[in-house]
Design a protein around this ligand. Sequence first.
Ligand code: IFM
Length: 447
Amino acid sequence: MTTTPIPAFPSGFRWGVSTSAYQIEGGADADGRAPSIWDTFAGTPGRIVDGSSGATACDHYHRHTTDVALLADLGVDAYRFSVAWPRVRPDGGCPVNPAGLDFYERLVDDLLTAGIDPVATLFHWDLPQPLQDTGGWLNRDTAERFAEYADAVAARLGDRVKLWITLNEPFIHLSLGHGTGEHAPGQALFLDALPVAHHQLLAHGMAVAALRARGAGPVAITNHYSPVRPVGDTEADRAAAAGYHALHNRLFTDPLLGRGYPTGLTTPAVRDGDLDVIAAPIDVLGVNYYNPTGIRAAPEGSPLPFDLVELDGYPRTACDWPVVPGGLRDVLVWLHAEYGDTLPPVQVTESGCAYDDRPDAEGRVVDTDRIAYLDGHLRAVHEAITAGVDVQGYYVWSLLDNWEWAEGFTKRFGLVHVDYDTQTRTPKSSYTWFRDLIAAHRAAPRR
Ligand code: IFM
């Protein structure tokens, strides 16, 4: 880690942290919540490495006051959380469950009282199970149900949420949930999953309209981006890398910004007028970045034309992901160069890392690796800003250690350590580091 201070960020730059409902809330049966696809998936033997589920997680549903106090002490401008669709519309469609909305109203009001902007994501992968039973994202009707749900949340919270994010990482939900089956709902459809991409995008566009109709905004969507590195130097390897880049980085962004689908990635699910709905103007593009992806051509007869390959020569996180801060700069600069004036302002809505953090004999959690990781990624964001990209915020994933999907409780991403037996929260060294960084930048912003 370099010892020179991180350069100052522009005034107005947003400092935040992110979480998602199923990963922290627990309260799986509380106040009328019904199962989501993740409850079903976690209940299926062999799907989650440690056999756990998010049924209790960090018990944030009952401890949100403690967690808001941690946010206030951290000094963030904004807190990005997700609303659980199965709390608000447990059947997926009507009727609305007011008690589910009550929880988010308490959270939002407590955040505002603490001077923190609530940033609400409407879909972070926890589809109500009844909607999966009628086809899930393969069924166009799910997009309509999502717009109704967005309307219900906006009717209650439209006057107080400061940024609305329709979907989180639709590419990851497509690829791991419906392409390979590693995530809920566990479908391994490979490229036959493409209607899932279209229906998520349609849902986004319809939700943008629903939010605007309620006067709610600004509105964003958050995508997962990864610079693609060809591994191997054959023409087939380069073609595989280009194909994977289109799938990972352009499949969602091109239609959102009015270009329609990249060549070869459209689907018969597209109907007249859909592309206009999807391309409704957004105010912010959320960018989640973790690592670049190595790609080479797959052997003849493989279900997909590319293979993902480990990139050697980098330090690695506990997820075995390479630590490549410059990849974040590359993604931001690529978005700016590729989409030009059609690119809205960007916020980095997730950036973070898992390490095997444990309290030491004195009870402290000294996570020097995470501090170095965040330091490097913030410098990369600053380089992108210097290169002309309009980046307006940076959110660490995550506030708390939490339930990491198919990895269960085995991966810790938090600035705050959570003992899942006692629910004790222990701020790590990275929490103090981030708090001091925010305070220093707030005292001396610069353009
Ligand atoms: O925990 C996830 C989050 O839900 C979505 N983005 C990536 C994180 C780390 O894997």
